[in-house]
Ligand binder design. Structure first.
Ligand SMILES: Cc1cc2nc3c(=O)[nH]c(=O)nc-3n(C[C@H](O)[C@H](O)[C@H](O)COP(=O)(O)O)c2cc1C
Length: 241
């Protein structure tokens, strides 16, 4: 006798398929939602900087003679070309093996540079970390940080008024691994070279800056969003006419 087909399995099988498809689609939407939540609000979290230029109209001697601390800035913004040049002066790579514009004990390069951008064309307001190898800035924290940074710098006006502030920090462990107790001395000497580079580069660009050493270390680090040790900050702005 011919055996009738058994349809008993069709109902549970259909339920299973429906459940499976529902799980895929709803799962997909949930994932899409999560991804949307994780997508940062700013348009680009990594910004390619323009290439630095290697010549200027002013001689080194004139630049050294003209260098002064400037504590008042016009309300003009900075642009990416100026920012790129300043960051290159601070820590730009100048040799194939990684040497930079500033010397470093043992060629260990513990210095880390952040830019707090308050009014920079092409940059979302916030703190950005400079990568000298790729010549890029990567966002660390978003927001207008002028008030908090100024408060962390004992209320010093230039920090609250500048369109950008360069934060010079370091990772002490990098130098300590080789030089132990002498590390902080070496790091601060490197920071001194970096700060002078920034001063001189400002001079050639018609910008003004001042080295600010009076601040609460932890408070500045918190505003910037770094675990590195902050050593010096330098507000930068266009010099008033
Ligand atoms: C390590 C260091 C820390 C400084 N800290 C501050 C500071 O907190 N606030 C400030 O207004 N100037 C500060 N200055 C800038 C000095 O006041 C300035 O260099 C000095 O008056 C000489 O003036 P000049 O830079 O125009 O030659 C600092 C300078 C250095 C080198």
């Amino acid at each position: 006798m011919k055996k009738e087909p058994d349809f008993n399995y069709i109902f549970p099988f259909t339920i299973f398929i429906l459940f499976f498809l529902t799980a895929i689609f709803t799962g997909g939407y949930v994932m899409a939602d999560d991804e949307t939540l994780e997508t940062p609000a700013y348009e680009s979290s990594v910004v390619n900087l323009p290439d630095p230029v290697y010549e200027s109209d002013i001689s080194l001697e004139e630049t050294l003679r003209a260098r002064r601390s400037v504590r008042e800035y016009s309300d003009r913004p900075l642009d990416l070309t100026q920012v790129s040049q300043l960051l290159w002066a601070a820590q730009g790579i100048t040799a194939d093996w990684g040497a930079r514009t500033a010397p470093s004990a043992g060629g260990l390069f513990p210095v880390r540079i952040y830019l707090v951008a308050s009014d920079v064309e092409g940059l979302t307001q916030g703190s950005w970390e400079y990568d000298p190898i790729s010549n890029t800035l990567t966002i660390v924290k978003e927001g207008d940080m002028r008030r908090d940074l100024m408060a962390a710098a004992l209320g010093q006006g230039p920090v609250g008024n500048a369109p950008a502030t360069i934060v010079i920090s370091a990772i002490p462990e990098i130098t300590e691994a080789k030089y132990g107790d002498r590390s902080m001395r070496y790091i601060d000497q490197e920071v001194g070279a970096v700060l002078q580079n920034i001063y001189l580069q400002c001079e050639t660009l018609g910008l003004g800056t001042v080295a600010i050493g009076a601040f609460y270390d932890d408070q500045v680090a918190e505003v910037v969003g770094t675990s590195a040790t902050v050593r010096l900050i330098m507000p930068v702005g266009v010099v008033e006419d």
